[in-house]
Design a protein around this ligand. Sequence first.
Ligand code: SF4
Length: 277
Amino acid sequence: MKVITADPTGLCFGVKRAITTLEEELRRSSRVYALGSPIHNPQEIARLKEMGLVVVETPEEVPDGAVSFVRAHGVRPEVLDALRRKSSKMVDGTCPFVKTAQEKAKSLSQEGYIVIILGNAAHPEVQGIMGYASGEAHVLASAEDIPPGLKGRRCGLLSQTTQRVETFSELVAAFVSVSPEIKVYNTICRATLARQQSVCRLAEEADGIIVLGGRNSANTRKLAEIASASGVPSLWVEHAGELDGRWLQNKSRVGIAAGGSTPDWLIKELIQKLEKM
Ligand code: SF4
């Protein structure tokens, strides 16, 4: 059986940068408090916890004078301020692409636009971006969700970094007939797009695709959706241990695609397991 790894795949620039920064800080300080999971991968979180990472849910849980860490997905500005007040040192691991989306939400509000964010309202990155919009703002999952009250009003559009380009294009097109003035910032991250395109290429070569990544990872979910829509049999696993050998029956070229928060060591583990089968 031939194993084909998607290119590019695995850790994106932003998450790699956040993990490296966090690891450096964990070596300096024995304990670092992160607000929410710093990356959406349970196996990587378990490894970092062994190094001294403590995951908390609110800034109040960070002990006074401790070292705190802001995840790659970013947080609302008031949360950032609360962490700064509480900590002796606050390490900001927010991905620069997420920061751009936050800044665009802020500037659109300041310019008087209603801020429209394409994304999942429950996702921490979207909640963080929403916090930078000072006026009216809406999170929409697709073009079908446009509220009737926006007709005739000025709208500024941007996207959660992990959304599909096609979905954002549909939303922008729909707003052309809703709003007399729209301003659009394409805040979809290129790392996400490149990983999505690599799954499409994989589908042309492979007769089975394994998507590897945390079930709480939005970008891994998108890869799994693309793999499934390609028509090639696909499977989503968090780690090599979840792979059932029966799924590999009658497959001769198996492709691997890993989400942007899947560390290299999990990809290597899966390749090694496949090579032994
Ligand atoms: S997917 Fe893109 S925006 Fe999100 S952390 Fe990675 S590089 Fe940053």
